[in-house]
Write a protein of this length. Sequence first.
Length: 133
Amino acid sequence: MIFGAHVLLYSEQPEADRAFFRDVLGWRFVDVGGGWLIFRMPPAEVAVHPAEKESMQMHGGQALLGTALYLMCDDVRGEIKALKAKGVKCTEVAEEQWGIRTTIKLPSGGEIGLYQPKHEMANAIERKETRAS
């Protein structure tokens, strides 16, 4: 039985980005040795988008689907303000049909997405099922 998902982020400065998830976002983690931290993520959703062949990524000798990580929040502008207070820079906010988005700049210089969904969320299914039980 499938019980979860494991997301891989590739960073040129993994220690700095791990510290960001640990210290700035405050995500809980396990240390599997040598400072290799694996973080507990908030609930997740998967959306499958059309892609060109170039978006495939080689991993373990296999061509895996390319990915983009977007963290979800209820108030993107409030999150940006809270992150700014911690010294984190975000890009300009953009309004899309599907949500209000920005990107979070990581210590390595890489970026991850942050958005406030405007669409129905798959996570709400679990919330509804939990309330009905």
